[in-house]
Design a binder for this molecule. Structure first.
Ligand SMILES: Cc1cc2nc3c(=O)[nH]c(=O)nc-3n(C[C@H](O)[C@H](O)[C@H](O)COP(=O)(O)O)c2cc1C
Length: 340
């Protein structure tokens, strides 16, 4: 099937790689885990996927069979970028070496997370207040590995594109292969509309590909973002949790059937309980539920129905009962249910 727009069949060139789709899974802690990615992987249509953020200090000695976040299936390794957070260049470089040695596609450096537990330590978006350190991290990671090195960052802490433009240039000079830019200031988290003109300013400042990010909820949103900003592709977050087939729909022309919500919920249950112990699995599945519920007109009342109980069997029964009666699908998901 043809893509929904020729824009979605443009290749995404990262370093020496040419990836078949410009649409990419954004990193999402607690949501973009190995089980979710297994479900997503069956649909396809993405250029690459980014893991949940992993603590760079832990990565070198982490067991991929025990860590909830530094974990992947062999089948997805070549399309999986591992995101790391931290603040010391040498520590970040060590983590990057392990990631490359494991054969993952690349390393993404987190300079966007504005959660206070992360920023308090000087990590995530706090690095944008310390440009010298931020650039030193990119340089150290670049020197440590040959695989693609990427940076995900935001507008900074003040509402202007100046810092982002300056940093983008310096990240490119330090050897980054791709930038993902979320044009909101850190205190905004995900409130207030993203500033597309800031993406344009970053795109114009560098020669490496820039992915636009923020509120890409539909094919139109992705097309507008690519057309208005000239970005090389779009990093899709919350919508990809609500509809894991969005990449296939946009890039491969996949047409979802009416029962896709029920089938996907059941696949999520299978996959989460396959990869994780029951106590963790139930928490992970419940974290996914507001995104699933957001697809429906009365999602706010379906969500508690879907979440009632504490076992795999109850979750399966809920999904079959609630989604089996084919609730009315909202044209665009109810973003109020897209919790942080
Ligand atoms: C629950 C949740 C967890 C997130 N975790 C991360 C993370 O670990 N690393 C990161 O760089 N961004 C993280 N983000 C931000 C997303 O990658 C993305 O920038 C943001 O959701 C905006 O994109 P969207 O509107 O397509 O969702 C997270 C977002 C959400 C909703």
């Amino acid at each position: 099937m043809p893509p929904l727009s020729p824009l979605f069949s443009l290749p995404l060139n990262v370093g020496s790689l040419s990836l078949s789709s410009p649409l990419v899974l954004a990193p999402m802690a607690g949501l973009g885990h190995v089980a979710y990615r297994e479900v997503l992987g069956r649909f396809g249509g993405f250029g690459f996927m980014v893991s949940e953020m992993c603590n760079a200090r832990a990565v070198p000695q982490e067991s991929r069979h025990h860590s909830p976040v530094f974990r992947w299936r062999d089948e997805e390794a070549a399309r999986l970028v591992c995101q790391i957070f931290g603040g010391e260049p040498a520590v970040m470089a060590d983590a990057a070496r392990r990631i490359e040695a494991e054969g993952l596609l690349g390393v993404d450096i987190n300079m966007g997370c504005s959660v206070s537990a992360i920023c308090k330590k000087g990590y995530g978006a706090a690095l944008l207040k310390d440009p010298e350190r931020a650039v030193a991290i990119v340089r150290a990671v670049r020197q440590a590995v040959r695989c693609p090195v990427m940076v995900k960052f935001r507008s900074g802490w003040e509402n202007s594109a100046d810092l982002a433009v300056d940093l983008a240039r310096r990240f490119e000079d330090a050897g980054a292969d791709l930038l993902t830019f979320h044009p909101r200031i850190a205190p905004d988290r995900r409130s207030r509309p993203p500033r597309r003109e800031h993406i344009r300013a970053v795109v114009d400042a560098v020669t490496i590909p820039v992915l636009g990010n923020g509120n890409a909820f539909s094919a139109e949103d992705c097309m507008t973002m690519m057309r208005e900003t000239g970005c090389a592709g779009v990093s899709i977050g919350r919508m990809a949790i609500a509809r894991p087939w969005i990449f296939a729909q946009l890039a491969l022309g996949f047409s979802p059937s009416e029962d896709i919500y029920l089938r996907t919920a059941l696949e999520m249950i299978d996959s989460i309980w396959k990869h994780f112990a029951p106590e963790r699995a139930i928490k992970m599945y419940k974290k996914y539920l507001p995104y699933l519920a957001a697809n429906f007109v009365y999602g706010h009342s379906l969500w508690p129905e879907l979440a009632r109980g504490a076992t795999r069997e109850e979750m399966t029964d809920n999904a079959m009962r609630v989604l089996g009666r084919m609730p009315q699908v909202a044209k665009t998901p109810n973003a109020f249910l897209f919790t942080s």
